[in-house]
Write a protein that binds this ligand. Structure first.
Ligand code: FAD
Length: 287
């Protein structure tokens, strides 16, 4: 699988990682959990740079933000009290649906975003949470909104930069959240996934809304039109029907071995409705 690999490095710092990446030019590849990289089996790789010892496995507060190091595993996210308490645990719940326990013990959040997959399960809650991605290369560090990180099918704005961490800003007070996933089996990759967040006023009208969708477009997306429709309204059945129609208008699913585009469109409507009902009911999502 990696018979073209000439050297394997395990740097202990980000600085050393960046130096190795620069020296290796296009022939060097970062490996974290390896769960995507082994499947890809890219024959152009000559140097593998294992970043799991580079000090990027952490979940901590930075001011009002919650920051997550790039090599934090799905299992760590799933089991972290801080992530389970954040936004009704939508990120913990998404991480808990990523493959089997064995996969979740290896797979990292940085790898989940870096590969640019439209079905990446952590991307959808992170989009709804207005997360930002911190990138580093020889020129320094920069932070970009996750929404701007995705540039096309399996394309990101990362270039050859390293994802260092993901930053989740302070959330609206009293926000209510939901993550929904539909896969062929439990733990399978998403046919469709959805994350939503609502802040309601004292009359039950929506003050602030987020709806993010995965596996229904070339990249994970925010359904901005549907979010706008919600603001100022109560979450009743009429509003839900209009908002779900609008969300479906925003998607461009494909047909593949897992599902037809038509089925994905219909399931998108179902998952958005479930997510908003869960948010409006204030029950959060059970872990
Ligand atoms: C059986 C199976 C089931 C799966 N089920 C799911 C699922 O249900 N949901 C889901 O979302 N995914 C699923 N996946 C996909 C995969 O597990 C995830 O995308 C995982 O999070 C990838 O992380 P990793 O650390 O293993 O990445 P790796 O394989 O190590 O890397 C993936 C890519 O990202 C690059 N990379 C990794 N980390 C960084 C970084 N910090 N900075 C820059 N580039 C980086 C690598 O160079 C490589 O190109 C599944 C995979 C398998 C094999």
């Amino acid at each position: 699988m990696f018979d073209t690999v000439e050297a394997f490095y395990r740097p202990g710092t980000v600085r050393e990682t960046l130096r190795l990446l620069q020296n290796g030019k296009k022939r060097a590849r970062v490996v974290a959990g390896g769960t995507d990289l082994v499947v890809e089996a890219d024959q152009s790789i000559r140097f593998l740079i294992d970043i799991t010892h580079a000090g990027l496995s952490y979940i901590r507060r930075k001011g009002k933000a919650c920051v997550i190091g790039a090599t934090t595993t799905m299992a760590a996210l799933e089991n972290s009290p801080a992530i389970r308490a954040l936004a009704s645990g939508i990120l913990a719940r998404a991480a808990a649906t990523c493959g089997s326990i064995q996969i979740r013990n290896m797979a990292t959040v940085g790898g989940n975003l870096a590969n640019g997959s439209p079905a990446a399960d952590t991307a959808t809650p992170l989009l709804a949470l207005d997360a930002e991605v911190v990138l580093a290369d020889a020129r320094g560090r920069r932070k970009i909104p996750l929404a701007a990180f995705y540039s096309g099918a399996r394309k990101t704005a990362r270039g050859s930069a390293l994802i260092v961490e993901i930053s989740i800003p302070a959330l609206p007070r009293g926000g209510r959240w939901s993550f929904q996933k539909l896969g062929r089996t439990e733990g399978d990759i998403s046919l469709v996934n959805a994350a939503a967040g609502l802040q309601l006023d004292s009359q039950g009208r929506v003050k602030w809304a987020r709806i993010a969708l995965g596996a229904v477009a070339p990249t994970p997306i925010r359904a901005a039109g549907a979010e706008e429709l919600l603001v100022g309204r109560k979450v009743d059945q009429i509003t839900l029907a209009e908002v779900c129609d609008e969300a479906v208008r925003a998607v461009r699913p494909i047909s593949d071995v897992r599902a037809s585009a038509e089925y994905r469109r219909e399931m998108c409507r179902v998952l958005v409705k479930r997510a908003l009902e869960e948010c409006a009911g204030g029950t959060g999502c059970s872990l």
